[in-house]
Write a protein that binds this ligand. Sequence first.
Ligand code: FAD
Length: 402
Amino acid sequence: MRKIVIIGGGFSGIAAARTLKKRLVGMKRLEITLVSERSHFVASPNLTNIATGDEKIAQITTHLSKLVSAPIKIEIDRVSSIHPLEKSISLESGAQLDYDFAIQATGTQLDWRGLEPNSHVIGCKKASDFLDVQERVIASLTRANEMLEKGESAIEALCTFVVIGAGPTGITLAAKLTVALKNRYLSEYSSELRKHVSVILVDADDRVLTEFPDLSPIAGMELERLGVDLRLKLKVENFNEKGLLFDNGETLDSENLFWCGGVQRISFLDEKRDRVCDASLRHLDYRELYIVGDAVDEQPITMNAHCAVAQGRLAASNIIADLSGRKASRWSNKGWPMIIDLGETKIAINSRGDVLQGRSARIYAKASRAKLLKEWMGSYSTWKFLMDEMLKKTSSTFFLEE
Ligand SMILES: Cc1cc2nc3c(=O)[nH]c(=O)nc-3n(C[C@H](O)[C@H](O)[C@H](O)COP(=O)(O)OP(=O)(O)OC[C@H]3O[C@@H](n4cnc5c(N)ncnc54)[C@H](O)[C@@H]3O)c2cc1C
């Protein structure tokens, strides 16, 4: 019996599982297991909508069993280590899984950049983190409003919302939070409260979106137009009960600190080199192990859902090629778009460097999502997504429904 284990039930892991199932249908003496620490798939591009209350968690998640079905087994557990020499995987439950081939599709984890996280700051990565952001916003506004009604004026720290990190997640969160405060949250409270509320975006760099120089000036202008207060060239030294302390000695008082300061690939092996896999996505040292999606250490432009799906499929195809004695295919970056969602408008870039904004960018973003859906989910979902778009229903379910 040959065994294939896929670790991670995100975009790349599910794409790999579905490809294996489709291509290996009827193949005997083969066992495929998908190990996921969560029982559901999360459409992470929609996570910031949880913070703003634009979507509920149920709208952006779906149970793994709806996306991956028998004969593929689903194991809800957390991988604690991979032993590539023994070709086995240890799970947190204590169980052990042997493999002939494994696909690591575990994505990234928060990078605190040497800082010590504590209860004063919310790290924004999982769905529950973004829900915590929403709860913190509502709790702070409610307390500030009560204090105003009692004639107390020391409410600034409660009304100051600070997003740390002006990368793709940070700028999207800052922009959408500003819009949500204006259009929704603040309508529940006294008009006086409005005057005290601000959203501040902090970054150590001298501009937003440093990794995407073409988008940086457009994003900066758009954030200012929305009313986000940009505080650049400020490096956070620590988070405390008062707010932020910067390395130049300055402080910023706030009870609402949201960390979007970076992510790093999840790694189970002691990898000291820059690149961990070759062009066929095989680990350079352990040839039965494939690395896909955000877990691949590459340029940030490739860290997107389209790329993750394509890599999941490629790794699955290369395992099939290996099983049938054929040559593996190589990964080529087809220039998937980088879409930055700023709430009221979207800006996008493709790998050739064309920058779109406003209406054309919105159409491009929708078309790109529809393409992902069509490739991944098949024609019914695409049709449903397009119908929903036409009827102006939420577009968030496009990743999920079959
Ligand atoms: C806020 C936000 C907005 C984004 N917006 C966009 C966008 O607009 N467009 C776009 O294309 N991309 C966007 N992205 C990026 C996109 O979501 C990622 O590139 C994509 O999710 C990567 O897929 P993946 O399969 O590599 O990882 P993930 O989707 O992160 O999946 C990894 C899975 O592995 C599981 N896992 C991790 N460790 C373990 C373990 N030890 N054991 C078992 N399971 C484990 C995780 O729980 C998770 O289910 C966004 C990301 C975020 C966070």
